[in-house]
Design a protein around this ligand. Sequence first.
Ligand code: HEC
Ligand code: HEC
Ligand code: HEC
Length: 438
Amino acid sequence: MRKLSVAIAAAVVVVGGLWAGSMTKPALTIDAQAMTAPGNAAHGEYLARAGDCMACHTAKGGAPFAGGVPLATPLGAVYSTNITPDKSHGIGNWSFEDFALAMREGVTPDGRRLYPAMPYTAYAKVSDGDLRDLYAYFTTRVNAAPVANEPADIPWPLNARWPLAYWNRLFHDDSRFKPDDAHSVEWNRGAYLVQGLAHCGTCHTPRGVGFQEVDLDGTSARYLSGARIDGSSPVNLRGDKGTGLGEWNEADIIALLKTGRTAHSAVTGPMGEVVEHSTQYLGDADLHAIAVYLKSLTPLSDDAAAPAYKADDGTLTSIMTGHANDIGARIYIDSCAACHRQNGEGAARVFPSLANNPSVLAAHPDSLIAVILAGSRLPSTASAPAPLAMPPFAWRYDDDEIAQLATFVRSAWGNDAGAVSAADVKRVRAQLGIEAKR
Ligand code: HEC
Ligand code: HEC
Ligand code: HEC
């Protein structure tokens, strides 16, 4: 039975491969001026930061942009590749057109199809001029590193790349960002960055059956409405109160992207890396443009009539009078209240508030569970050094205790998010590779 299915899969690969091989490479439309212009490498460096190329293309302790970072896909791990100007392993022999084809269509000069773990679905929106500057940076300012690429951990025959040509046909829109005249120049700049280089949707937009982002250009309310990936839950960035950014103002969004914290909230997990390697380097005008764009996104839920958050001191009273005898509340008092306080509000700029915090209230509790298990350290940024840390609790409590604690935190002080199960905690432990309490 197994042999037969492998044989069928192999036949499909051969026939499909021949068929796909006859498909021509996608055509590129590039402005004639951008084709010949030298490109501004310094601006390209700024854009490489905005695009966070570093996060995926630099391995821990490895040479900058030499690749080798594993990225999980539903089929198995894919490794990022060497994008330094090394002639045998990197992109040293690539023309600008070759580079543009990879960035917009996910196709390399030798016809290899890239997995969409490389966010070309977002980078396709980048303008010709910006792409030229990125190319100038990577080919003239980055050091060539002779590091060979690693093959993906995807078993044969699923590792055939031709089906990706069909994936592109179904899910990839390779057109450039289209400005919307109904909005200001600043809004359009924000939309261009968020949808394009900054690829916020790669993490914050939910994915469909083909692992594709369900909306890439903000035409529906599912765009940036929150998702779940690799033991974290990128929050809803739309106008919802509580679970989204409805009660944040532009200054909060700018502070978060620049320093990793607001007066009441802090980044954790993958978002910490986004701030550390990418958004802290954005100029004030670009950060403001991003905030203007995000604040224009309508709520996912029809919550126009929903009341704003109101602190409920019932929790506080029951803790103070010793009546909080459920396990979650007791663990909270023992292990969390010293920093986050009994009223859950923490201390401005030092300990984030757990009351009315999007990453506590998120539809998926993964980020909340992850921070309890693994702790967190605020990224050190140029404008806010001295990182503060939260200790890990993975070895102090078992899955059931952590589930009860998380359920308490999601329902205390006026929070009203759903319960967390021990199975949720077990799954996040496995995704983060953290052993269970013995
Ligand atoms: C979310 C992770 C991620 C980010 C961010 C990212 N890449 Fe990639 N990139 C990948 C992966 C993974 C591959 C290899 C895919 C494969 O082998 O199918 C890749 C491949 C490439 C390739 C093809 C090179 C080759 O020979 O395979 C180029 C060029 C490239 N990336 C450029 C960039 C640039 C420029 C940026 C920043 C603007 C960037 N990438 C940001 C994940 C990423
Ligand atoms: C690599 C994945 C990833 C990318 C890319 C990403 N985010 Fe996030 N983001 C997360 C995760 C995970 C969280 C939830 C954890 C947390 O609250 O810090 C989050 C949280 C946030 C929060 C709420 C923080 C808080 O304290 O509640 C904001 C605002 C945010 N992201 C904005 C953005 C913007 C704007 C972009 C694009 C410039 C972006 N993110 C790109 C993963 C990502
Ligand atoms: C020693 C002080 C300390 C203790 C004890 C502590 N925390 Fe934290 N916590 C912090 C700091 C500092 C941060 C911000 C760090 C960061 O975001 O990287 C934080 C962040 C968080 C966040 C993320 C908030 C956000 O805006 O995304 C959550 C959720 C959280 N803590 C919950 C808990 C829970 C539940 C406990 C008890 C098991 C606990 N903390 C114990 C200091 C502490």
